[in-house]
Design a binder for this molecule. Structure first.
Ligand SMILES: O=C(O)CCC(=O)C(=O)O
Ligand SMILES: [Fe+2]
Length: 227
């Protein structure tokens, strides 16, 4: 399942991020890639330990923690510190799958990457190309979203970033270990949660059928979740 999450950051937060990124020192993106992805990766990144990456990462994490759609879709257990990338003209990231396990920089903690997320920080009219192409069972999806919007997709998917042919594309990207390891139960829980919220909107929070369904939702989480 591929989910677009609008307005993770508002316009002021996007411009705050952009100002910090404009002044930051960038490094070759291959520094954080495994051997297969390094061979197809050609972009720039903010060093993970840099003050800029930490400052911006906190803004993104804070926004994610308040985003009901993100929380419902990802059911996050751990989120890796957000990273930031830039593709100038001619830069691209060829087809790859993200590493299954990643170390949290500067700690012994490792996370399993269940979900990958790109939060767009450039407006679509600032660059040509640069679509994030995600392969799904139903074909390839090309994703290019307004600045401040994010796409969440299973880390099991093959994906690539098309070459940028004019302008530059900046984004935040990060990985999530979900409380629900597998895509299929996670998607069902998301559907159920969204449906319950719709029912509650129509019938009120104390509608008996919605209350029973809310019970089912939590009991399924109890059944499936790793904490
Ligand atoms: O830039 C993007 O949208 C995705 C980056 C990516 O796939 C990666 O760093 O593994
Ligand atoms: Fe990737």
């Amino acid at each position: 399942m591929l989910i677009c999450i609008p307005d993770v950051l508002g316009p002021e937060q996007v411009s705050q991020c952009r100002q910090v990124m404009d002044k930051a020192h960038w490094q070759d993106g291959r520094m954080t890639a495994g051997p297969q992805s390094a061979s197809v990766k050609n972009n720039m990144q903010l060093p993970a330990a840099s003050p800029e990456a930490r400052e911006l990462g906190d803004i993104v994490l804070d926004a994610l923690g308040r985003n009901a759609l993100f929380l419902s879709a990802a059911l996050p257990l751990r989120i890796l510190p957000p990273m930031f990338n830039r593709y100038g003209v001619g830069q691209t990231f060829g087809v790859h799958v993200d590493n299954a396990i990643r170390n949290v920089p500067g700690s012994a903690t490792r996370i399993r990457t269940d979900l990958s997320c790109t939060l767009f920080l450039s407006e679509p009219d600032e660059y040509e190309g640069g679509e994030l192409t995600i392969e799904t069972a139903y074909g390839a999806n090309e994703v290019k979203l307004p600045a401040g919007h994010a796409v969440l997709y299973p880390s099991t998917s093959l994906h690539c970033v098309q070459p940028v042919t004019s302008g530059a594309r900046v984004a935040s990207f990060f990985w999530i270990q979900s409380m629900i390891r597998d895509e299929s139960p996670r998607s069902m829980l998301f559907e159920l949660d969204q449906t319950i919220q719709e029912l509650q909107g129509e019938r009120g929070l104390d509608d008996p059928a919605s209350v029973r369904l809310t019970g089912v939702y939590h009991n399924l989480i109890r059944h499936w979740a790793e904490t």
